[in-house]
Design a protein around this ligand. Structure first.
Ligand SMILES: Cc1ncc(COP(=O)(O)O)c(C=O)c1O
Length: 420
């Protein structure tokens, strides 16, 4: 029996206009261009440089299948049971060990919180630090997912200039010195940044830590791409510096193993920050999936499987990056500028013509069946329009060539031909 017949006295309510009152914090949430675009790119003849996806053909699927069976035979029910919010000891121990080794520091398992993707880490950091209207400091441009996460806590943004060497310390100092209220934190992606592929220069790192320490502002170092370095030596991590202001390091298994597992970690020495984060996470999901954590831990601690896999993706992504760069040189008009990052998954291009808008370009490109992410999504104030993020990890060499050729065609269609 329908609701109206069972409860006649409520029938009248059906005619009252529906006025659902959502929380203010949802008012700035709009569909991510990137996630929306992923839907279009499901079509088979579209070449996408849009999503930040790892190469699926390289996923260590077989090895993950094997360790899954081992986990079920070994720990069995524990992998299916509720667990502690901080993460299973196997994961926390592995993260502490790997971070300590990579950065030459001493991190204890108690300083590690396992999260459901590093996106959750950003969300709970927003939750513990940001009151509506609070300022946070971001690179300009910055990771779009971080802007989305902080938007839901009604943050306001102060932006710091960046150049080919990442965040400019003098600009950070100016921003902090002139802020009317002290910002809640500084967030940056120091290695092969999303969206620009740029890396914070070695010489700037300690300086940025000291500036944050001087102003007493926590620093969030988001590092999903640090292990995907194709050439050169890694610069020291920010968390490797001693500082009186908290430094919170964010790492993830998404780019080095598989994003579908949603296993990531926050690392910090500050136990007060850790306690707040644990309580916030508890309120959200109690804990990261036990099953995924056990399987992930078994894979990464099983001999050389992880390092072998990272070596493979470094080699393949490095080749794809080189190929995309060559194709851009071959096909693009001279006023399209682009970089050649030595790691990560993205290359950044700008069209140096007054008024050029890559959102308009995307419409033409979509007709040409090639996708990318317009740069405006990465600017917290949405005020720069001539950039585009090109992902090179998720397309084979033929697709890269055809896709860049199509994209160059779209640029010319929009601007008229110009000699190189
Ligand atoms: C800079 C940065 N941070 C965080 C994430 C989120 O990664 P995940 O939630 O899969 O760990 C991404 C994903 O692309 C990223 O580029």
């Amino acid at each position: 029996m329908g609701f109206n017949r069972r409860f006649p006295k409520y029938r009248r309510m059906a005619t009252i206009p529906r006025a659902v009152r959502f929380a203010m914090r949802t008012s700035r949430l709009h569909a991510s261009t990137i996630r929306e675009m992923l839907k279009v790119t499901q079509q088979p003849d579209v070449i996408s440089f849009g999503g930040g996806l790892p190469a699926p053909e390289l996923f260590p699927a077989e090895a993950i299948g094997e360790v899954t069976r081992e986990v079920m035979a070994g720990v069995g029910p524990a992998a299916l049971q509720y667990s502690v919010t901080e993460g299973i000891p196997e994961m926390r121990g592995w993260v502490a060990q790997r971070i300590s080794k990579r950065f030459g520091i001493d991190i204890e398992p108690e300083e590690v919180l396992i999260t459901n993707g590093s996106q959750q880490g950003l969300d709970i950091l927003g939750k513990i630090f940001i009151d509506p209207g609070d300022h946070v400091v971001l690179e300009n441009p910055s990771y779009h997912g971080a802007i989305q996460a902080f938007d839901s806590y009604q943050a306001r943004y102060l932006t710091v200039d960046t150049d080919e060497d990442g965040m400019v310390p003098e600009s950070l100092e100016q921003v902090l010195a002139h802020a009317d209220a002290l910002p809640k934190f500084v967030y940056l992606v120091p290695n092969f940044q999303n969206p620009t592929g740029r890396t914070l220069a070695h010489a700037r790192r300690e300086r940025i830590v000291r500036i944050c320490e001087h102003f007493g502002v926590p620093l969030i170092e988001d590092d999903p791409y640090g292990e995907l370095q194709f050439e050169g030596k890694p610069a020291p991590s920010l968390i490797a510096h001693d500082s009186d202001a908290p430094i919170i390091y964010s790492g993830t298994g998404s780019k080095i193993v598989a994003p579908g597992m949603r296993v990531a970690w926050l690392v910090m020495r500050d136990q007060e920050v850790m306690e707040r984060l644990v309580l916030s996470k508890q309120a959200v999901d109690l804990h990261t999936g036990t099953f995924a954590q056990y399987v992930f831990a078994a894979f990464v601690t099983g001999g050389t499987a992880l390092d072998d896999h990272i070596a493979t993706i470094r080699r393949v992504y490095g080749d794809r990056r080189a190929h995309m760069h060559d194709c851009l040189r071959e096909y693009m008009p001279a006023d399209v500028h682009f970089n050649r990052p030595n790691g990560g998954m993205f290359l950044w291009a700008t069209v140096e013509r007054p008024g050029f808008d890559t959102e308009e370009l995307l419409k033409v490109a979509a007709r040409e069946k090639v996708m990318f992410v317009p740069g405006v999504s990465f600017y917290p104030h949405r005020d720069v329009h001539n950039g585009m993020r090109l992902n090179f990890s998720n397309a084979g060499e033929d697709d890269i060539r055809h896709g860049i050729e199509r994209l160059a065609h779209a640029v010319r269609e929009l601007t008229g031909p110009r000699p190189r």
